[in-house]
Design a protein around this ligand. Sequence first.
Ligand code: HEC
Ligand code: HEC
Length: 387
Amino acid sequence: MKLGSRQSTLAAAGTVLVCLLSVALARGQAGPEQRPQMAEDVFKNVQVLKGIPVDQFMATMGFFSASLGMSCEDCHSADDRNWEGFAVDNPRKRTARKMITMMAAINRDNFGGRQIVTCYSCHRGGDRPRVTPDLHALYGALPPADPNEVIAQAPGAPSADQVLDKYLQALGGPQRVAALTSFVATGTSAGYGPESEKRPVEIFAKAPGQRTLIIHTSNGDNTTTYDGRAGWIAAPLRPVAVLALTGQELDGARLDGELCFPARIKQALGRWRVGFPATIDDREVDVVQGTTAAGVIATLYFDKETGLLVRMVRYTDSPVGRIPTETDYADYREVSGVKMAYRWTTIWLDGREAFELSEVRPNVPIDAAKFARPAPPAPPAFRPAPR
Ligand code: HEC
Ligand code: HEC
Protein backbone atom coordinates (compact mmCIF):
# COMPACT_ATOMS: atom_id res chain seq x y z
CA MET A 1 0.00 0.00 0.00
CA LYS A 2 2.78 2.39 0.73
CA LEU A 3 5.18 3.61 -1.88
CA GLY A 4 8.54 2.02 -1.87
CA SER A 5 9.48 -1.56 -1.67
CA ARG A 6 7.05 -3.70 0.15
CA GLN A 7 8.39 -7.09 -0.29
CA SER A 8 8.41 -8.61 2.93
CA THR A 9 10.18 -10.45 5.23
CA LEU A 10 9.05 -11.49 8.03
CA ALA A 11 11.78 -12.61 10.10
CA ALA A 12 12.28 -9.00 11.03
CA ALA A 13 8.61 -8.25 11.28
CA GLY A 14 8.25 -11.28 13.50
CA THR A 15 10.66 -9.80 16.00
CA VAL A 16 8.88 -6.47 15.93
CA LEU A 17 5.63 -8.27 16.39
CA VAL A 18 6.85 -10.11 19.42
CA CYS A 19 8.12 -7.01 21.21
CA LEU A 20 5.05 -5.02 20.30
CA LEU A 21 2.90 -7.79 21.58
CA SER A 22 4.60 -7.51 24.93
CA VAL A 23 4.04 -3.75 24.88
CA ALA A 24 0.39 -4.39 24.16
CA LEU A 25 0.19 -6.92 26.95
CA ALA A 26 1.91 -4.66 29.44
CA ARG A 27 -0.57 -1.91 28.69
CA GLY A 28 -3.55 -4.11 28.07
CA GLN A 29 -4.89 -3.78 31.58
CA ALA A 30 -5.14 -0.01 31.37
CA GLY A 31 -8.27 -0.23 29.22
CA PRO A 32 -9.19 1.83 26.18
CA GLU A 33 -8.46 5.18 27.90
CA GLN A 34 -4.75 4.33 28.03
CA ARG A 35 -2.31 6.92 26.74
CA PRO A 36 -1.69 6.47 23.03
CA GLN A 37 1.65 5.02 22.02
CA MET A 38 3.95 7.95 21.27
CA ALA A 39 6.57 7.98 18.51
CA GLU A 40 9.43 8.04 21.01
CA ASP A 41 7.98 4.99 22.82
CA VAL A 42 8.16 2.87 19.68
CA PHE A 43 11.09 4.30 17.69
CA LYS A 44 14.75 4.51 18.67
CA ASN A 45 16.01 7.82 17.34
CA VAL A 46 13.29 10.46 17.39
CA GLN A 47 14.81 13.83 18.15
CA VAL A 48 12.36 16.41 16.85
CA LEU A 49 8.96 14.83 16.20
CA LYS A 50 8.39 13.86 19.80
CA GLY A 51 5.12 13.82 21.69
CA ILE A 52 2.97 12.72 18.76
CA PRO A 53 1.23 9.36 18.43
CA VAL A 54 2.75 6.71 16.16
CA ASP A 55 0.01 7.00 13.53
CA GLN A 56 0.65 10.73 13.21
CA PHE A 57 4.40 10.18 13.10
CA MET A 58 4.02 7.76 10.19
CA ALA A 59 1.71 10.24 8.48
CA THR A 60 4.42 12.92 8.68
CA MET A 61 6.78 10.49 6.91
CA GLY A 62 4.20 10.22 4.13
CA PHE A 63 4.04 14.01 4.08
CA PHE A 64 7.83 14.28 3.66
CA SER A 65 7.84 11.72 0.84
CA ALA A 66 5.01 13.45 -1.02
CA SER A 67 6.42 16.96 -0.50
CA LEU A 68 9.88 16.04 -1.80
CA GLY A 69 8.85 13.46 -4.40
CA MET A 70 10.87 10.86 -2.56
CA SER A 71 10.28 7.34 -1.39
CA CYS A 72 11.10 6.23 2.13
CA GLU A 73 14.36 4.73 0.89
CA ASP A 74 15.59 8.10 -0.37
CA CYS A 75 16.00 9.28 3.24
CA HIS A 76 16.44 5.93 4.95
CA SER A 77 18.68 3.11 3.91
CA ALA A 78 16.01 0.77 5.25
CA ASP A 79 12.69 -0.72 4.33
CA ASP A 80 9.74 -2.31 6.04
CA ARG A 81 11.55 -5.61 6.42
CA ASN A 82 13.67 -4.10 9.14
CA TRP A 83 12.25 -1.18 11.11
CA GLU A 84 15.46 -0.84 13.12
CA GLY A 85 17.16 0.46 9.99
CA PHE A 86 15.02 3.59 9.98
CA ALA A 87 16.72 4.79 13.17
CA VAL A 88 20.11 5.09 11.47
CA ASP A 89 21.05 8.67 10.60
CA ASN A 90 22.63 9.80 7.30
CA PRO A 91 23.31 13.27 5.83
CA ARG A 92 19.99 13.61 4.06
CA LYS A 93 17.99 12.50 7.05
CA ARG A 94 19.89 15.01 9.19
CA THR A 95 19.10 17.73 6.64
CA ALA A 96 15.44 16.78 6.81
CA ARG A 97 15.53 17.02 10.58
CA LYS A 98 17.07 20.50 10.38
CA MET A 99 14.38 21.47 7.90
CA ILE A 100 11.64 20.56 10.40
CA THR A 101 13.18 22.95 12.91
CA MET A 102 13.71 25.63 10.26
CA MET A 103 10.13 25.37 9.12
CA ALA A 104 8.80 25.64 12.65
CA ALA A 105 10.96 28.75 13.18
CA ILE A 106 9.70 30.39 9.98
CA ASN A 107 6.13 29.84 11.06
CA ARG A 108 6.76 30.93 14.61
CA ASP A 109 8.74 34.08 13.74
CA ASN A 110 6.64 35.25 10.82
CA PHE A 111 3.18 33.76 10.98
CA GLY A 112 2.32 33.68 14.66
CA GLY A 113 2.99 29.94 14.80
CA ARG A 114 0.28 29.10 12.25
CA GLN A 115 1.20 26.34 9.81
CA ILE A 116 1.60 28.57 6.75
CA VAL A 117 4.90 27.31 5.31
CA THR A 118 5.35 23.55 5.02
CA CYS A 119 7.84 21.25 3.29
CA TYR A 120 5.52 21.31 0.30
CA SER A 121 5.41 25.14 0.10
CA CYS A 122 9.09 25.18 -0.85
CA HIS A 123 9.71 21.73 -2.29
CA ARG A 124 6.61 21.23 -4.48
CA GLY A 125 7.47 17.59 -5.06
CA GLY A 126 11.21 18.05 -5.68
CA ASP A 127 14.36 17.56 -3.62
CA ARG A 128 15.69 21.07 -4.26
CA PRO A 129 13.30 24.02 -4.36
CA ARG A 130 13.57 26.11 -7.52
CA VAL A 131 15.36 29.41 -7.30
CA THR A 132 14.54 31.01 -10.66
CA PRO A 133 11.05 31.56 -12.05
CA ASP A 134 10.33 29.28 -15.00
CA LEU A 135 9.58 31.33 -18.15
CA HIS A 136 7.79 28.41 -19.76
CA ALA A 137 5.51 28.05 -16.80
CA LEU A 138 4.70 31.77 -17.13
CA TYR A 139 3.55 31.48 -20.74
CA GLY A 140 2.44 27.85 -20.83
CA ALA A 141 -0.98 26.42 -20.11
CA LEU A 142 -2.39 27.41 -16.72
CA PRO A 143 -2.05 24.70 -14.11
CA PRO A 144 -5.35 23.67 -12.56
CA ALA A 145 -6.32 25.94 -9.68
CA ASP A 146 -5.33 24.52 -6.31
CA PRO A 147 -8.54 24.55 -4.31
CA ASN A 148 -8.29 25.92 -0.81
CA GLU A 149 -8.57 23.25 1.83
CA VAL A 150 -10.77 25.32 4.08
CA ILE A 151 -13.86 26.83 2.53
CA ALA A 152 -16.35 29.41 3.79
CA GLN A 153 -20.10 29.54 3.15
CA ALA A 154 -20.38 31.09 -0.32
CA PRO A 155 -22.93 33.82 -0.99
CA GLY A 156 -25.89 32.43 -2.91
CA ALA A 157 -24.93 28.79 -2.29
CA PRO A 158 -27.63 26.47 -0.93
CA SER A 159 -27.55 25.51 2.75
CA ALA A 160 -25.77 22.32 3.77
CA ASP A 161 -29.16 20.94 4.89
CA GLN A 162 -30.53 21.37 1.39
CA VAL A 163 -27.63 19.52 -0.25
CA LEU A 164 -27.66 16.73 2.35
CA ASP A 165 -31.45 16.31 2.08
CA LYS A 166 -31.08 16.01 -1.68
CA TYR A 167 -28.41 13.34 -1.11
CA LEU A 168 -30.65 11.32 1.22
CA GLN A 169 -33.45 11.59 -1.33
CA ALA A 170 -31.10 10.45 -4.12
CA LEU A 171 -30.05 7.42 -2.08
CA GLY A 172 -33.66 6.24 -1.81
CA GLY A 173 -35.25 8.57 0.73
CA PRO A 174 -34.52 9.04 4.44
CA GLN A 175 -36.87 6.19 5.53
CA ARG A 176 -35.22 3.55 3.42
CA VAL A 177 -31.77 4.86 4.30
CA ALA A 178 -32.64 4.63 8.02
CA ALA A 179 -33.94 1.08 7.52
CA LEU A 180 -30.50 -0.11 6.41
CA THR A 181 -28.86 -0.98 9.72
CA SER A 182 -26.08 -3.39 8.79
CA PHE A 183 -24.38 -5.06 5.88
CA VAL A 184 -21.70 -7.56 5.08
CA ALA A 185 -19.88 -7.01 1.80
CA THR A 186 -17.23 -8.85 -0.16
CA GLY A 187 -15.16 -7.75 -3.11
CA THR A 188 -11.61 -6.90 -4.06
CA SER A 189 -9.11 -4.13 -3.67
CA ALA A 190 -6.09 -3.28 -5.75
CA GLY A 191 -3.26 -1.40 -4.06
CA TYR A 192 -0.46 0.62 -5.56
CA GLY A 193 2.87 -0.39 -7.08
CA PRO A 194 3.93 -3.84 -5.90
CA GLU A 195 0.46 -4.40 -4.44
CA SER A 196 -1.55 -3.61 -7.53
CA GLU A 197 -2.96 -7.11 -7.88
CA LYS A 198 -6.55 -7.53 -6.67
CA ARG A 199 -6.87 -8.97 -3.16
CA PRO A 200 -10.07 -10.21 -1.50
CA VAL A 201 -11.83 -7.73 0.77
CA GLU A 202 -14.48 -8.14 3.46
CA ILE A 203 -16.50 -5.37 5.09
CA PHE A 204 -18.69 -5.66 8.17
CA ALA A 205 -20.75 -2.59 9.03
CA LYS A 206 -23.43 -1.86 11.59
CA ALA A 207 -25.33 1.38 12.19
CA PRO A 208 -24.71 3.95 13.46
CA GLY A 209 -21.04 3.63 12.53
CA GLN A 210 -19.30 0.38 13.43
CA ARG A 211 -17.13 -0.86 10.59
CA THR A 212 -14.43 -3.41 9.96
CA LEU A 213 -12.59 -3.56 6.66
CA ILE A 214 -10.25 -6.46 5.96
CA ILE A 215 -7.92 -6.63 2.97
CA HIS A 216 -6.43 -10.10 2.64
CA THR A 217 -3.00 -9.18 1.27
CA SER A 218 -0.35 -11.71 0.32
CA ASN A 219 1.60 -10.63 3.42
CA GLY A 220 -1.31 -11.11 5.81
CA ASP A 221 -4.54 -9.35 6.73
CA ASN A 222 -4.76 -5.58 6.77
CA THR A 223 -7.66 -4.78 9.12
CA THR A 224 -9.17 -1.41 9.98
CA THR A 225 -11.80 -1.48 12.72
CA TYR A 226 -13.97 1.18 14.32
CA ASP A 227 -16.15 -0.19 17.11
CA GLY A 228 -18.21 2.93 17.78
CA ARG A 229 -15.69 4.38 20.23
CA ALA A 230 -12.21 3.03 19.56
CA GLY A 231 -10.41 2.13 16.36
CA TRP A 232 -7.38 0.11 15.29
CA ILE A 233 -5.30 -0.74 12.27
CA ALA A 234 -3.71 -4.17 12.28
CA ALA A 235 -1.43 -4.69 9.31
CA PRO A 236 1.65 -6.67 8.34
CA LEU A 237 5.02 -4.95 7.87
CA ARG A 238 4.20 -2.06 10.14
CA PRO A 239 6.27 -0.84 13.06
CA VAL A 240 3.28 -1.48 15.33
CA ALA A 241 1.30 -4.60 14.48
CA VAL A 242 -1.99 -3.41 16.03
CA LEU A 243 -2.08 0.34 16.21
CA ALA A 244 -4.77 2.04 18.30
CA LEU A 245 -6.10 5.08 16.48
CA THR A 246 -6.21 8.36 18.36
CA GLY A 247 -7.34 11.95 17.89
CA GLN A 248 -7.98 12.92 14.32
CA GLU A 249 -7.05 9.51 12.91
CA LEU A 250 -9.77 8.03 15.09
CA ASP A 251 -12.20 10.71 13.94
CA GLY A 252 -11.39 9.78 10.34
CA ALA A 253 -12.21 6.12 11.01
CA ARG A 254 -15.43 7.16 12.73
CA LEU A 255 -16.40 9.25 9.71
CA ASP A 256 -15.73 6.34 7.34
CA GLY A 257 -17.99 4.19 9.52
CA GLU A 258 -20.78 6.73 9.80
CA LEU A 259 -20.81 7.43 6.08
CA CYS A 260 -21.77 3.77 5.53
CA PHE A 261 -25.13 4.68 7.12
CA PRO A 262 -25.87 8.19 5.89
CA ALA A 263 -29.21 8.55 7.71
CA ARG A 264 -27.35 10.53 10.38
CA ILE A 265 -24.95 12.27 8.03
CA LYS A 266 -25.91 15.71 9.37
CA GLN A 267 -24.64 14.70 12.80
CA ALA A 268 -21.43 13.13 11.48
CA LEU A 269 -19.84 16.56 11.12
CA GLY A 270 -20.40 20.00 12.60
CA ARG A 271 -19.99 23.61 11.45
CA TRP A 272 -21.30 22.80 7.98
CA ARG A 273 -20.71 25.26 5.13
CA VAL A 274 -21.29 25.15 1.36
CA GLY A 275 -18.70 26.65 -0.98
CA PHE A 276 -18.80 27.63 -4.63
CA PRO A 277 -19.69 24.76 -6.96
CA ALA A 278 -16.78 22.90 -8.58
CA THR A 279 -16.37 20.34 -11.37
CA ILE A 280 -15.17 16.78 -11.09
CA ASP A 281 -14.74 14.84 -14.34
CA ASP A 282 -16.69 17.53 -16.22
CA ARG A 283 -19.67 17.27 -13.90
CA GLU A 284 -20.84 20.07 -11.66
CA VAL A 285 -20.71 19.33 -7.98
CA ASP A 286 -21.90 21.00 -4.78
CA VAL A 287 -19.06 21.43 -2.31
CA VAL A 288 -20.02 20.92 1.32
CA GLN A 289 -17.58 21.05 4.19
CA GLY A 290 -17.81 20.18 7.86
CA THR A 291 -15.48 19.71 10.82
CA THR A 292 -15.40 16.93 13.40
CA ALA A 293 -15.01 17.41 17.15
CA ALA A 294 -11.28 16.63 16.98
CA GLY A 295 -10.79 19.09 14.12
CA VAL A 296 -10.77 16.86 11.03
CA ILE A 297 -11.97 18.88 8.06
CA ALA A 298 -14.02 16.90 5.53
CA THR A 299 -15.15 18.17 2.16
CA LEU A 300 -17.97 16.30 0.46
CA TYR A 301 -18.68 16.72 -3.24
CA PHE A 302 -22.22 15.92 -4.42
CA ASP A 303 -23.12 15.59 -8.10
CA LYS A 304 -25.52 18.47 -8.79
CA GLU A 305 -27.64 16.41 -11.13
CA THR A 306 -27.87 13.05 -9.37
CA GLY A 307 -27.42 14.38 -5.82
CA LEU A 308 -25.03 11.50 -5.04
CA LEU A 309 -21.73 11.75 -3.17
CA VAL A 310 -18.86 11.50 -5.66
CA ARG A 311 -15.87 12.49 -3.54
CA MET A 312 -14.80 13.03 0.04
CA VAL A 313 -11.52 14.62 1.02
CA ARG A 314 -10.58 14.72 4.64
CA TYR A 315 -7.67 16.53 6.18
CA THR A 316 -5.92 15.66 9.42
CA ASP A 317 -3.34 17.85 11.10
CA SER A 318 0.29 16.88 11.60
CA PRO A 319 3.22 18.87 12.97
CA VAL A 320 4.53 19.39 9.44
CA GLY A 321 1.37 20.07 7.44
CA ARG A 322 -2.19 19.02 6.73
CA ILE A 323 -2.54 15.43 5.50
CA PRO A 324 -5.18 14.80 2.82
CA THR A 325 -7.05 11.54 2.17
CA GLU A 326 -9.38 11.43 -0.81
CA THR A 327 -12.07 8.91 -1.71
CA ASP A 328 -13.94 8.85 -5.00
CA TYR A 329 -17.23 6.94 -5.15
CA ALA A 330 -18.75 5.36 -8.27
CA ASP A 331 -21.06 2.66 -9.56
CA TYR A 332 -24.02 3.23 -7.22
CA ARG A 333 -26.34 0.21 -7.07
CA GLU A 334 -29.44 -0.49 -5.03
CA VAL A 335 -29.18 -2.58 -1.89
CA SER A 336 -32.57 -3.08 -0.22
CA GLY A 337 -33.79 0.12 -1.82
CA VAL A 338 -30.76 2.21 -0.88
CA LYS A 339 -28.09 3.27 -3.37
CA MET A 340 -24.61 2.18 -2.38
CA ALA A 341 -21.29 2.86 -4.12
CA TYR A 342 -19.94 -0.47 -5.39
CA ARG A 343 -16.62 1.05 -6.41
CA TRP A 344 -14.46 3.56 -4.61
CA THR A 345 -10.83 4.56 -4.67
CA THR A 346 -8.95 6.05 -1.77
CA ILE A 347 -5.69 7.89 -2.31
CA TRP A 348 -3.46 9.28 0.40
CA LEU A 349 0.08 10.58 0.61
CA ASP A 350 1.71 7.19 0.42
CA GLY A 351 -0.79 4.81 -0.99
CA ARG A 352 -3.86 4.02 -3.05
CA GLU A 353 -6.55 1.36 -2.75
CA ALA A 354 -9.19 0.74 -5.42
CA PHE A 355 -12.15 -1.18 -3.99
CA GLU A 356 -14.78 -3.06 -5.93
CA LEU A 357 -17.67 -4.86 -4.27
CA SER A 358 -19.14 -8.01 -5.74
CA GLU A 359 -21.72 -8.89 -3.09
CA VAL A 360 -23.54 -6.92 -0.39
CA ARG A 361 -25.85 -8.61 2.11
CA PRO A 362 -28.01 -5.98 3.84
CA ASN A 363 -29.50 -6.17 7.33
CA VAL A 364 -27.77 -9.32 8.49
CA PRO A 365 -26.80 -9.95 12.12
CA ILE A 366 -23.08 -9.38 12.76
CA ASP A 367 -21.23 -10.88 15.69
CA ALA A 368 -19.93 -8.12 18.01
CA ALA A 369 -16.51 -9.82 17.90
CA LYS A 370 -16.13 -8.57 14.33
CA PHE A 371 -15.71 -5.05 15.74
CA ALA A 372 -13.33 -5.97 18.54
CA ARG A 373 -9.66 -5.02 18.61
CA PRO A 374 -8.14 -7.04 15.75
CA ALA A 375 -5.47 -9.66 16.36
CA PRO A 376 -1.97 -9.04 15.00
CA PRO A 377 -1.79 -10.31 11.41
CA ALA A 378 -0.43 -13.82 11.09
CA PRO A 379 2.87 -13.85 9.21
CA PRO A 380 2.58 -15.28 5.69
CA ALA A 381 3.73 -18.79 4.96
CA PHE A 382 6.38 -17.66 2.52
CA ARG A 383 9.31 -15.76 4.06
CA PRO A 384 11.73 -14.17 1.63
CA ALA A 385 15.22 -13.74 3.06
CA PRO A 386 16.03 -10.29 4.41
CA ARG A 387 18.32 -8.22 2.21
C1 HEC B 1 12.79 13.73 3.55
C2 HEC B 1 13.36 12.65 4.35
C3 HEC B 1 12.47 11.57 4.87
C4 HEC B 1 11.63 10.75 4.16
C5 HEC B 1 11.30 10.81 2.68
C6 HEC B 1 11.12 9.77 5.09
N1 HEC B 1 11.65 9.98 6.32
FE1 HEC B 1 11.41 8.80 7.97
N2 HEC B 1 12.52 10.06 9.07
C7 HEC B 1 13.07 11.24 8.62
C8 HEC B 1 13.63 11.97 9.74
C9 HEC B 1 14.30 13.33 9.67
C10 HEC B 1 13.41 11.18 10.89
C11 HEC B 1 13.79 11.52 12.34
C12 HEC B 1 12.74 12.42 12.94
C13 HEC B 1 13.12 12.97 14.29
O1 HEC B 1 14.28 12.84 14.71
O2 HEC B 1 12.24 13.55 14.94
C14 HEC B 1 12.73 9.97 10.43
C15 HEC B 1 12.38 8.92 11.25
C16 HEC B 1 11.71 7.78 10.84
C17 HEC B 1 11.41 6.64 11.67
C18 HEC B 1 11.81 6.44 13.11
C19 HEC B 1 13.03 5.53 13.20
C20 HEC B 1 13.57 5.37 14.60
O3 HEC B 1 13.53 4.24 15.14
O4 HEC B 1 14.00 6.39 15.16
C21 HEC B 1 10.70 5.76 10.92
C22 HEC B 1 10.13 4.42 11.34
C23 HEC B 1 10.56 6.35 9.61
N3 HEC B 1 11.21 7.56 9.58
C24 HEC B 1 9.89 5.76 8.56
C25 HEC B 1 9.73 6.34 7.31
C26 HEC B 1 8.91 5.77 6.27
C27 HEC B 1 8.12 4.48 6.35
C28 HEC B 1 8.98 6.62 5.21
C29 HEC B 1 8.25 6.54 3.87
C30 HEC B 1 6.81 6.60 3.97
C31 HEC B 1 9.87 7.72 5.59
N4 HEC B 1 10.29 7.51 6.86
C32 HEC B 1 10.22 8.76 4.74
C33 HEC B 1 13.12 11.65 7.29
C34 HEC B 1 12.45 11.08 6.25
C1 HEC C 1 11.68 27.74 3.23
C2 HEC C 1 11.82 26.73 2.22
C3 HEC C 1 11.99 25.29 2.68
C4 HEC C 1 11.17 24.56 3.50
C5 HEC C 1 9.93 25.03 4.25
C6 HEC C 1 11.70 23.24 3.54
N1 HEC C 1 12.82 23.13 2.78
FE1 HEC C 1 13.98 21.50 2.52
N2 HEC C 1 15.23 22.54 1.35
C7 HEC C 1 15.08 23.88 1.03
C8 HEC C 1 16.18 24.27 0.15
C9 HEC C 1 16.36 25.65 -0.45
C10 HEC C 1 16.99 23.13 -0.02
C11 HEC C 1 18.26 22.99 -0.86
C12 HEC C 1 19.42 23.39 -0.01
C13 HEC C 1 20.72 23.30 -0.79
O1 HEC C 1 20.70 23.02 -1.98
O2 HEC C 1 21.76 23.47 -0.14
C14 HEC C 1 16.36 22.07 0.75
C15 HEC C 1 16.86 20.77 0.85
C16 HEC C 1 16.28 19.74 1.54
C17 HEC C 1 16.79 18.39 1.60
C18 HEC C 1 18.05 17.88 0.94
C19 HEC C 1 17.69 17.35 -0.42
C20 HEC C 1 18.84 16.67 -1.11
O3 HEC C 1 19.16 17.09 -2.21
O4 HEC C 1 19.38 15.73 -0.54
C21 HEC C 1 15.90 17.67 2.35
C22 HEC C 1 15.99 16.18 2.68
C23 HEC C 1 14.85 18.57 2.76
N3 HEC C 1 15.11 19.82 2.25
C24 HEC C 1 13.75 18.19 3.52
C25 HEC C 1 12.76 19.08 3.93
C26 HEC C 1 11.66 18.68 4.77
C27 HEC C 1 11.40 17.29 5.28
C28 HEC C 1 10.92 19.81 4.98
C29 HEC C 1 9.68 19.97 5.85
C30 HEC C 1 9.87 19.60 7.23
C31 HEC C 1 11.57 20.89 4.26
N4 HEC C 1 12.68 20.41 3.63
C32 HEC C 1 11.10 22.19 4.26
C33 HEC C 1 14.06 24.71 1.40
C34 HEC C 1 13.02 24.38 2.24
